[in-house]
Design a protein around this ligand. Structure first.
Ligand code: MN
Ligand code: MN
Length: 501
């Protein structure tokens, strides 16, 4: 048993910084790995995390958390819980499982980089716990779906997705490599922990855990809440890092890191969470629309944080970001449903008459814009011509976010009609972007992004053979038992509107 009380050793051990005599600061903390931006050592030593923890406390807590989730898992396995879940909800969790567990594991590399190259001992201490957290998240979120593979082969993609060239996997790798696998310590603290985790995932995990309990998925709910408690702790590395930068005149540099990663996070968040909340979650269990969730949790919370820290909202906030809340994820949903064989889950159309009423209430004008496309699709399905609702060509993909380019229904949404794709000529090559912001991010660091080939670039370069939809599906690793189908087997198209009272 330890002889010392916590208060007798804690401050000494958690934050022991020293000056180097035999080597330079720059040798210990190379700029490429640490990105100190010229802020001197003693200034970094003011780094102070709000959440203080010993290794012993950490270990006890984590053992409890793991014991909790794995015992719930063994109970739900026996109860055949999965078979009883709504098909749209199953799609939401499969989309999550394919996109998240392996990146969680990769996040442990980003945490480990901060644990070595962060400029304060307290920070390195906290990042060490972060690296252990992310390893746990990778393992648990690989294990839970693994035990469902015999019930649903798409669950195999929890481990597989990131090792394929499926288009969503390319988008996820491009984003997460930029954010943490191939990022320096300071940028990782600002972009992963402050922007992505504090801004998006922490709240998304809270929201998803609550939704899981509503729909009766205790297993996923327990898993996600367990992870969220770790995220809420290690996400707090961002704010002290930001404070050091702001106090040392590096606000502009920090602001740019946030502006870049807020946009990139928004893109992937719309794709995953936007579709899940507004189309896949069963109507009777929806507590908020995606837009309401964004306004209440992400936008308000971000505004508050920015104000507290003396930062500004991203430069594109009013002009580009807020207007997209009304249309961007609706467009993505239409595209993902149409190109459904290209994903590892079964997209839920979510447009039965009752669901369309809900969409119209939450997004006034939805019926006149997106609804018109769904009218045609519904008509084709009803005529038994569902083959007309399947793809024969490829969409144009953005060279930054790697997500197919979406345009709002111009004549109906009016002012939002814009010339897209946004183009850029660089080193004799033409690049296409979904938005002015993705183009701006590319232009800020072209050396970082220019060599990457989007899935459509690969097709044009002859890497996908034969250059057909079938060839592309094979290139993406999608086999017939995995390819997405309509989650509801088209029942929504035949649902009748309830007669008025
Ligand atoms: Mn995590
Ligand atoms: Mn994390």
């Amino acid at each position: 048993m330890p002889k010392l009380q916590r208060q007798q050793y804690y401050d000494l051990t958690r934050d022991m910084n020293w000056h180097f005599r035999y080597v330079d600061e720059a040798e210990v903390f190379p700029e490429a790995m640490s990105k100190s931006l010229g802020v001197p050592a003693e200034e970094w030593w003011k780094w102070d995390e709000p959440y203080k923890l010993t290794f012993r406390e950490y270990t006890y807590n984590q053992v409890d958390k793991d014991t909790g989730i794995y015992s719930i898992k063994s109970v739900t396995n026996r109860a055949n819980l999965y078979e009883k879940l709504d098909s749209g909800w199953r799609s939401a969790i499969k989309a999550h499982y394919g996109a998240i567990p392996v990146p969680e594991y990769l996040a442990s590399i980003g945490e480990a980089r901060m644990a070595r190259f962060g400029r304060a001992a307290a920070w390195r201490n906290m990042a060490t716990f972060g690296a252990l957290d992310e390893t746990r998240h990778g393992q648990a979120q690989a294990w839970f779906p693994y035990s469902l593979i015999d019930k649903d082969p798409q669950m195999d993609w929890a481990l597989k997705t990131l090792h394929t060239n499926e288009w969503g996997a390319i988008a996820a790798r491009h984003l997460f490599d930029d954010m943490f696998t191939a990022n320096d310590a300071v940028s990782t603290a600002i972009q992963l922990t402050f922007t992505f985790e504090t801004g998006f995932t922490n709240l998304q995990f809270l929201g998803m855990a609550a939704d899981a309990l509503h729909v009766g998925d205790m297993e996923f709910g327990a898993l996600i809440s367990s992870i969220q408690t770790d995220e809420a702790r290690h996400a707090q590395q961002g704010e002290p890092t930001l404070r050091v930068l702001v106090a040392n005149g590096k606000k502009a540099e920090a602001q740019k890191m946030v502006d870049i990663m807020f946009w990139r996070s928004w893109r992937i968040f719309s794709l995953l969470t936007g579709l899940s909340m507004d189309y896949y979650t069963p109507l009777e269990y929806r507590s908020m629309s995606f837009k309401e969730f964004m306004e209440e949790w992400i936008i308000k919370q971000f505004m508050d944080q920015f104000k507290d820290l003396g930062m500004n909202t991203p430069w594109y906030w009013e002009s580009h970001f807020l207007p997209e809340l009304d249309w961007y994820h609706h467009g993505l949903h239409l595209g993902v449903w149409f190109w459904r064989p290209t994903v590892w889950w079964n997209p839920d159309a979510g447009v039965s008459p009752a669901e369309r009423d809900w969409l119209e209430e939450k997004y006034p004008g939805w019926n006149d814009t997106f609804g018109r496309w769904w009218d045609v699709i519904t008509e084709n399905v009803r005529k038994g011509e569902a083959n007309k609702t399947l793809p024969e060509t490829f969409p144009v993909v953005c060279n930054l976010c790697q997500i197919p380019i979406i345009t709002p229904c111009g004549h109906a949404i009016g002012k939002l009609e814009r010339p897209i794709p946004f183009m850029l000529e660089y080193n004799g090559r033409q690049y296409n972007f979904c938005s002015e912001i993705c183009r701006w991010i590319f232009k800020e660091q072209p050396e970082r992004y220019h060599g990457h080939l989007s899935i459509v670039d690969r097709l044009l370069a002859g890497q996908i053979q034969p250059p057909t939809v079938e060839g592309a599906l094979a290139y993406m690793g999608l086999t017939p038992e995995i390819m997405g189908q309509d989650a509801d087997n088209y029942q929504w198209a035949f649902a009748e509107r309830k007669a008025a009272e």
